[in-house]
Ligand binder design. Structure first.
Ligand SMILES: O=C(O)CCC(=O)C(=O)O
Ligand SMILES: [Fe+2]
Length: 287
């Protein structure tokens, strides 16, 4: 079973349905090649200056460059893509809020071996979330074509409810149980935090570049620390809705306020500048 493809006109409900069913879905050519080229041009100097990963999991010949919000103004269109945020809100509906989890170009160099197959939600210290409780929604935008040969992300569609098991990738008969998320530049792979997947081996002589933008529920820690990755003077230039998405908001009742129980956005905009109740809506307590 491969990863299902939907057209760029697919609505959030249709995308969410497949995402929930298979744990992954590809929306073809959701971003224009012009937008992808603009992001690539803004990020290339940072990618060039990024060293390879420090271990096998991150990939010794794979360059992971973050702080996309600060480094690439064009990327904001993808970070805040309306349809993607709609899908995210649907998948993470049990939480009071969701936020940006990480932003990262992943450039897998020629000759790189495949990344170990994993679940992204293992990042939460391997806490076992119930199989119907989603805490993260992930995208990888193809900045280059993704092919089986150049390291397209590999996934095990339908594996999101499987029991936790390390060393996935080969089935009982020794056959590869993963399928490549082959897609054209500008396409977007969406996958949940529960589906087994990993970066593919790059057996070509070109670099495969993906833009990983992920979202998680407001009551969990973010993988990429947005407050420190995006310097305060840059944050001051960003619009409120983007800052809110980055985490300058209450994650749930009483989660994430600053000093005198103030809205965290006031750290950027100044005291008394926002009307949001720092604690958010008071929950109805039992009894
Ligand atoms: O680069 C990819 O295709 C996937 C990377 C990934 O799954 C990860 O780093 O968690
Ligand atoms: Fe991953």
């Amino acid at each position: 079973m491969g990863v299902d493809h939907l057209p760029p006109t697919a609505d959030a409900e249709a995308i969410h349905d497949v995402l929930l069913r298979d744990g992954a879905v590809i929306v073809d050519r959701l971003a224009s090649t012009d937008l992808i080229d603009a992001i690539s041009a803004e990020m290339q100097p940072y990618i060039d200056a990024t060293p390879g990963g420090g271990d096998d999991f991150t990939g010794r010949n794979t360059r992971r460059s973050g702080a996309i919000v600060a480094r690439s103004a064009s990327s904001h269109q993808l970070v805040q893509h309306e349809t993607i945020l709609d899908v995210t809100a649907r998948l993470l509906h049990r939480a009071k809020s969701y936020q940006l989890h990480l932003t990262q170009t992943i450039a897998i160099g020629p000759g790189s071996p495949a990344q170990a197959i994993h679940r992204d939600e293992w990042a939460f210290d391997f806490f076992e979330f119930p199989s119907d409780h989603h805490v993260q929604c992930n995208t990888i935008w193809a900045m280059t074509d993704f092919t089986a040969r150049n390291g397209a992300t590999r996934l095990i569609p339908g594996s999101q409810s499987d029991p936790t098991s390390f060393g996935r990738g080969l089935d009982d008969d020794g056959n590869d149980e993963t399928v490549p998320a082959e897609m054209a530049k500008g396409s977007c792979l969406l996958y949940t935090g529960k589906v087994y997947h990993g970066g593919g081996a790059n057996e070509s002589d070109e670099t495969r570049v993906g833009l990983n933008i992920t979202y998680n529920v407001g009551w969990l820690r973010q993988e990429e620390n947005q407050y420190l990755s995006v310097p305060a003077d840059v944050a001051a230039t960003l619009p409120d809705d983007l800052l809110r998405l980055m985490g300058y908001r209450i994650g749930a009742y009483a989660l994430g306020y600053i000093d005198d129980v103030r809205d965290p956005l006031e750290a950027i905009r100044g005291r008394g500048t926002t009307e949001a109740q720092a604690f958010g809506e008071q929950p109805v307590l039992p009894g």
